[in-house]
Design a protein around this ligand. Structure first.
Ligand SMILES: Cc1cc2nc3c(=O)[nH]c(=O)nc-3n(C[C@H](O)[C@H](O)[C@H](O)COP(=O)(O)O)c2cc1C
Length: 374
């Protein structure tokens, strides 16, 4: 009788705790999305350092612009251009429309796409719909699921990981590493002990490729080597120079009057490894395919990344900004970006992405210091 009573009292409390946690995650997602959209939180004093990568001009390309083939294959999937719409959203009602537009564009242009962290979709079928829309709109596109390394270390089960993969019939799983964000976020969980073991476990046990990604602070050569050894199929370096998660959390902390976190966010706003430095360091350290992202804002940026070692390039914030405006704005942006990739390929005499990957380039300082330490 006593036990039953406790169970009676206990059950609703557990349920409402879960509901409260879900609500908190949704609110956080919404705030992150709105801050990224309205405040345009980008790095302040650091850049990607792609301006230090100079592709060598070819005055005699011996090609017509319209002969150029931008298609590529990534992890066994065909893409019409070496571009991914990188992991962003889901888990808040506002995300459904944005994810729908992004996925529609991925389908229309033959690009790949990631969704945002799917933890919010695990506890609520309503929230799961904000991710499912992606597979509905892009039935054949290369779509990758997303979960945090911190959530894995916390004990998220392999069954739950399989559920998030199933939720969008994902072709790959991206595990994000975001220690910078977690240490500044007012409700952050800066607990990364055991992440690598979980990455290794998932790489062995899942039937789809595992990608490990940063979210804007970059991957060092040393971390890349450990990830490759753990069995991951690809690395998304997501370096410094674009969206700053320290910045997003600084603004959230300011709004919540968590002063110490706001100051920390201010101090670490530009923390990280610039995208170009992270990409070159990672390329030297590993043989697995690399996604370059973090601050890529044009097709010239994309082409430079392919030339210095990336298999494909990911863009997040610009895609979000245009998708939030309208579908037409998004497709116009993607079209123009692909044209810029094509024009850059023409100017280095690359008829396809294989040629682009061996194009000549010169590296100037300060990128040179990052990669050669001189
Ligand atoms: C609004 C927004 C939400 C994001 N959410 C996630 C996420 O849930 N999981 C993840 O791995 N990365 C997330 N990212 C990080 C991006 O995938 C990307 O690594 C980063 O923004 C750098 O690219 P960018 O400078 O082109 O924005 C998010 C980015 C933005 C702008």
């Amino acid at each position: 009788m006593k036990t039953n009573l406790r169970a009676e009292i206990g059950r609703p409390r557990r349920r409402s705790n879960t509901r409260r946690t879900q609500q908190k995650i949704q609110n956080r997602k919404k705030e992150g999305l709105m801050i990224a959209l309205k405040e345009g939180v980008q790095s302040r004093s650091s850049s990607t350092l792609l301006e230090c990568v100079n592709l060598v001009h070819n005055a005699l390309p011996e090609l017509d612009l319209d002969e150029i083939n931008t298609s590529t294959s990534f992890l066994g999937f065909e893409l019409a251009a070496p571009i991914l719409i990188d992991s962003m959203t889901g888990g808040t009602p506002a995300a459904t429309r944005i994810n729908g537009r992004l996925a529609q564009a991925a389908h229309e242009f033959g690009l790949g796409m990631g969704v945002g962290s799917q933890r919010a979709g695990l506890g609520s079928s309503l929230m799961a719909e904000t991710y499912r829309i992606v597979r509905k709109k892009a039935p054949n596109a290369f779509i990758y699921a997303n979960i945090g390394g911190a959530q894995l270390a916390e004990g998220l089960s392999i069954e739950d990981v399989k559920r998030i993969i199933e939720m969008i019939h994902a072709d790959a799983l991206a595990i994000h590493l975001n220690p910078l964000q977690e240490v500044i976020q007012p409700e952050g969980e800066p607990k990364f002990r055991g992440v690598l073991d979980r990455v290794k476990e998932l790489s062995q046990r899942l039937h789809i490729p595992v990608i490990v990604k940063e979210v804007g602070a970059g991957i060092s050569a040393e971390v890349a080597a450990r990830l490759e050894k753990s069995g991951v199929s690809a690395i998304n370096i997501a370096g410094l120079g674009g969206t700053s998660w320290a910045g997003v959390e600084q603004i959230r902390a300011e709004g919540k009057r968590v002063r110490a976190k706001a100051r920390l966010g201010d101090l670490l706003w530009d923390w990280g490894i610039p995208t170009a430095a992270s990409l070159i360091g990672t390329k030297r350290a590993v043989k697995i395919p690399i996604i370059s992202s973090g601050g890529l804002r044009s097709g010239v940026d994309v082409a430079k990344c392919i030339a210095i070692g990336a298999s494909v390039a990911g863009l997040a914030h610009p895609m979000l900004k245009h998708a939030a405006e309208s579908y037409a704005s998004l497709t116009h942006f993607i079209e123009e970006t692909i044209q810029q990739v094509r024009a850059t390929m023409f100017l280095v005499g690359a008829k396809d992405t294989q040629d682009l990957s061996i194009a000549d380039y010169i590296i100037t300082a300060p990128l040179r210091y990052w990669i050669d330490g001189e």
